[in-house]
Design a protein around this ligand. Structure first.
Ligand code: ATP
Length: 266
C-alpha cells in the first residue's frame, strides 16, 4: 500500500430530486451547479469559481447524498472519499494518495471530489511538526491552491466538527463556502419519509405526517432506517402491507437503540 493505486470514481445518476426537503440547501447548491456547468460565463465576468464547499452538521443528514447529487446534476465524475482513507502509518503515503486523487480528478473533469469526515486529515496542525497527517493536509492545501484556473474540479468536504479544522483550510480560495446541514425539520422529515416509503406497499392506516411529528430530532439516516425496520416487522408478521403500527414499533426500536447508545456514553 504505497499510495500509487488509482483513484476510483463514478458517474452518479442521483439528482436534487432524490434529496428530500432541504430546500434552502438545494437553492445554495443550484448556484454551484451553474458554476460547474457554465464556467465561461463567470470567467468572462472576472468572477472566481469556488473550489471548495464545506458541509457541516450532525451525521446522517444527507451530506453524501447532496454531494452525489451535485455530481449527478452536472454529469461530473464523483470521487467519493473519506478523510481516514488518507491517514496512513507510513510518512508520505497519504500525501501521495491526495496527489493521485487530484491528478485523476483533473483528467476526468468536470469532477467533484467529496471528502467525508475531512477532520480526519483537516484537524489543526501542530507547530513544528511534520508527521504523516500534517503532510497529508499540506498536500491537500497545495492541490487546492495549485488548481489551474481552467480545471473544473470542485471539492466538497463534510464534517461533524467544523471547530476542529485547521484555519488554513477555511481561507479564501479553499473551503470558503460553508453550508450547515442540520437534522431535518418537520417538512423535510415528511419528505424523507415519502422518499423512503415510495417503493413499499403501505396500508391505508399509514399517516406519514403523524410519523414525522413523532420523529423530531432524528436524522434522515434514522428515518430511512425506520422505513426499513417497519418493512421487516411487516414481513415478520406475515403481512402484505406495512401498517402504522409497524412504523410505530420501528420508531420505538430506533429510539431505544439511541437511548442505550447515550447511556453507554455517560
Ligand atoms: P455522515 O455524516 O454520517 O457521513 P451524511 O450526512 O453524509 O452522513 P448520508 O450518507 O448522505 O448522510 O445519508 C444517510 C442516509 O440517510 C442516506 O443514504 C439516505 O438514505 C438518508 N437521507 C438523509 N437525508 C436525506 C434526504 N434529505 N433525503 C433522502 N434521504 C436522506
Amino acid at each position: 500500500d504505497n499510495g500509487n493505486e488509482d483513484a476510483n470514481f463514478s458517474k452518479p445518476k442521483t439528482t436534487f430530486k432524490d434529496v428530500a426537503g432541504l430546500e434552502e440547501v438545494k437553492e445554495e447548491l443550484v448556484e454551484l451547479v451553474d458554476f460547474i456547468k457554465n464556467p465561461d460565463k463567470y470567467k468572462k465576468m472576472g468572477a472566481k469559481i469556488p473550489k471548495g464547499v464545506l458541509f457541516h452538521g450532525p451525521p446522517g443528514t444527507g451530506k453524501t447524498l447532496l454531494a452525489a447529487s451535485v455530481a449527478g446534476e452536472t454529469n461530473s465524475a464523483f470521487f467519493n472519499t473519506t478523510g481516514s482513507e488518507f491517514v496512513e502509518k507510513y510518512v508520505g503515503v497519504g500525501a501521495k494518495r491526495v496527489r493521485t486523487l487530484f491528478e485523476k480528478a483533473r483528467k476526468e473533469a468536470p469532477s467533484i471530489i467529496f471528502i467525508d469526515e475531512i477532520d480526519a486529515i483537516g484537524a489543526k496542525r501542530h507547530l513544528e511538526s511534520n508527521n504523516e497527517k500534517d503532510q497529508t493536509l499540506n498536500q491537500l492545501l497545495v492541490e487546492m491552491d495549485g488548481f489551474n484556473k481552467d480545471t473544473n474540479v470542485i471539492i466538497i468536504g463534510a464534517t461533524n466538527r467544523l471547530d476542529l479544522l485547521d484555519e488554513a483550510l477555511l481561507r479564501p480560495g479553499r473551503f470558503d463556502r460553508h453550508i450547515y446541514i442540520g437534522n431535518p425539520n418537520y417538512y423535510t422529515r415528511c419528505e424523507i419519509l415519502k422518499v423512503h416509503t415510495n417503493d413499499k406497499p403501505l396500508d391505508d392506516s399509514v399517516n406519514l405526517e403523524e410519523l414525522a411529528k413523532k420523529t423530531h430530532g432524528l436524522s434522515g439516516a434514522h428515518l430511512s432506517n425506520i422505513a426499513n425496520e417497519a418493512a421487516i416487522i411487516a414481513v415478520r408478521e406475515s403481512k402484505n402491507v406495512i401498517n402504522q403500527d409497524h412504523f410505530n414499533q420501528a420508531i420505538e426500536r430506533i429510539l431505544a437503540g439511541l437511548e442505550s447508545k447515550n447511556s453507554k456514553l455517560i
